[in-house]
Write a protein that binds this ligand. Structure first.
Ligand SMILES: [Cu+2]
Length: 254
């Protein structure tokens, strides 16, 4: 068979994923369409041999904040999107069992996966070879702990390569900031004591957490304004989120 990109679309609502459970292996373009009223993301997790979905949920609940249990690999996906937005991630999917979850908390701090956003996905071995990767003009290397961005992000639709060159899991959540707002202002809006109201920025997707050595690309529409890449993964050594250790990259699109 000739190499081709398999496109699969999932919708996120409050609080369910809808979309195909069975997809072929190979180069896969994941589209996530947020039709809910809250932020949602699509975190794929590779289900280890012998572990059930319920077993994974128990391990995730017991894991330290922002970390994946030992032996459980984060497998990418579309990062958090504001209501009404959609995002795209492309990556090579190996055959196997996966689970799609959303860790975004609701207003009471309950993660969406505990409210129903858990969807088992089976990637079935196919003979379609992966599509040869065409390098994008912009690439992001995620390291312990920072984002190394090569190339300039400009207005318009852009595809950006993402690669986890670090030892730990990393993600590249793409945030557009309201005029005058900072990343800290945005993060503060999710603190337990934050006043009600929308955060001063919007999630445009990006690349959800992926294990060391993994990667792919995401596509986003940029207009003039201030943006940031943020990683929310927890460092098991210090307990600090990666964004507090250097994984915030602010940039301006002209
Ligand atoms: Cu990180």
């Amino acid at each position: 068979a000739a190499p081709e990109v398999n496109e699969v679309t999932y919708t996120a609502t409050d609080y369910l994923f809808n979309g195909p459970q069975f997809i072929p292996s190979g180069t896969t373009k994941f589209v996530l369409d947020n039709q809910g009223m809250e932020l949602h993301h699509q975190q794929l997790i590779s289900l280890p041999d012998g572990m059930t979905v319920d077993g994974l949920m128990a391990e995730l609940a017991a894991a330290e904040e922002g970390t994946f249990p030992t032996g459980v690999n984060a497998a990418g996906g579309v990062s958090a999107l504001n209501p009404g937005l959609s995002g795209t991630v492309t990556m090579d999917m190996a055959a196997g069992e996966y689970v799609m979850v959303c860790f975004v908390p609701n207003a009471e701090g309950v993660p969406h996966l505990a409210l129903g956003m858990v969807k088992p996905i089976t990637v079935i071995e196919s003979d379609t070879p992966p599509v040869a990767v065409q390098a994008s003009e912009v690439s992001i290397d995620m390291v312990d702990f920072g984002f190394a961005v090569t190339g300039a992000i400009s207005a318009g639709t852009q595809t950006i390569d993402v690669s986890n060159e670090g030892e730990q899991d990393h993600e590249a959540f793409l945030l557009q900031l309201n005029p005058g707002a900072t990343v800290q202002d945005f993060l503060a809006a999710f603190a337990p004591d934050a006043p009600p109201g929308p955060p001063p920025g919007k999630g445009l997707g990006g690349f959800q957490a992926i294990a060391s050595g993994g990667g792919g690309s995401f596509t986003a529409d940029f207009t003039a304004g201030d943006y940031a890449l943020v990683c929310f993964i927890g460092d098991p050594n210090t307990g600090a989120p990666h964004f507090a250790l250097g994984m915030i990259h602010e940039f301006t699109v002209q």
